[in-house]
Design a protein around this ligand. Structure first.
Ligand SMILES: Nc1ncnc2c1ncn2[C@@H]1O[C@H](COP(=O)(O)OP(=O)(O)OP(=O)(O)O)[C@@H](O)[C@H]1O
Ligand SMILES: Nc1nc2c(c(=O)[nH]1)N=C(CO)CN2
Length: 178
């Protein structure tokens, strides 16, 4: 009697579930709002589903030495998104979109057409050479916390606590916008 062939064994395929992710956008060169909107639209075509986009707010540029009134002012906003891309693939994707939108990397915190930071990726906490999650400076930035709170008043920054509390703490420290 011929043995019945066994079905092939496939390695288990784990469906990648979309992860709730928070992205921060900033622009202080060119048509700032158009740059941010184009960046958000480009991400939609690259494995990112946009759930909500905050109001865009304007602020003075923060440079390594402090606020720089002579630099072009920034527009900043936050988007709540979902993505099944793993964290590093998401980083490459946002960097590709920044380059598409004309971003040139020169000095630290230099003026730019578009900056996209991964503020939080689910509740993942990670520190590698090229990716730190949550973004290490998110808790100190009004221009990240304020638009994030607008979209989600109950938001929590992994490892740091409720965004509302971080925002309040920041308001109690004068001049802290970095
Ligand atoms: N959560 C993160 N989101 C985006 N980039 C990150 C993150 N963690 C680490 N990086 C790294 O930071 C490097 C510098 O990024 P970038 O040039 O956008 O910095 P920046 O926007 O000038 O400063 P900042 O990081 O303070 O916003 C990137 O090449 C990337 O590898
Ligand atoms: N106002 C403002 N200042 C900045 C910003 C930014 O998005 N907004 N981003 C920086 C580096 O990412 C450095 N300084």
């Amino acid at each position: 009697m011929t043995p019945i062939p066994k079905p092939p064994i496939h390695p288990p395929v784990r469906p990648l579930r979309p992860v709730d992710t928070v992205l921060a956008f900033g622009s202080n060169l060119g048509d700032r709002e158009a740059n941010i909107r184009a960046g958000i639209a480009a991400l939609e075509g690259h494995g990112v589903t946009v759930i909500a986009v905050s109001t865009l707010i304007e602020s003075v540029a923060v440079k390594p030495d402090g606020e720089d009134e002579s630099a072009p002012r920034y527009l900043n906003g936050v988007a709540l998104v979902q993505t099944a891309l793993p964290p590093r693939a998401l980083l490459y994707t946002v960097q590709a979109v920044e380059s598409e939108l004309g971003r040139v990397r020169a000095e630290r915190w230099g003026d730019r057409t578009l900056d996209i930071d991964i503020v939080a990726y689910g509740d993942l906490e990670l520190a590698t050479e090229d990716l730190v999650l949550p973004h290490p400076r998110a808790a100190e930035r009004f221009f990240v916390l304020a638009p994030w709170l607008e979209l989600d008043p109950r938001a929590v920054l992994p490892g740091a606590g409720p965004v509302a509390r971080l925002f309040e703490a920041l308001q109690n420290q004068s001049g802290a916008t970095r």
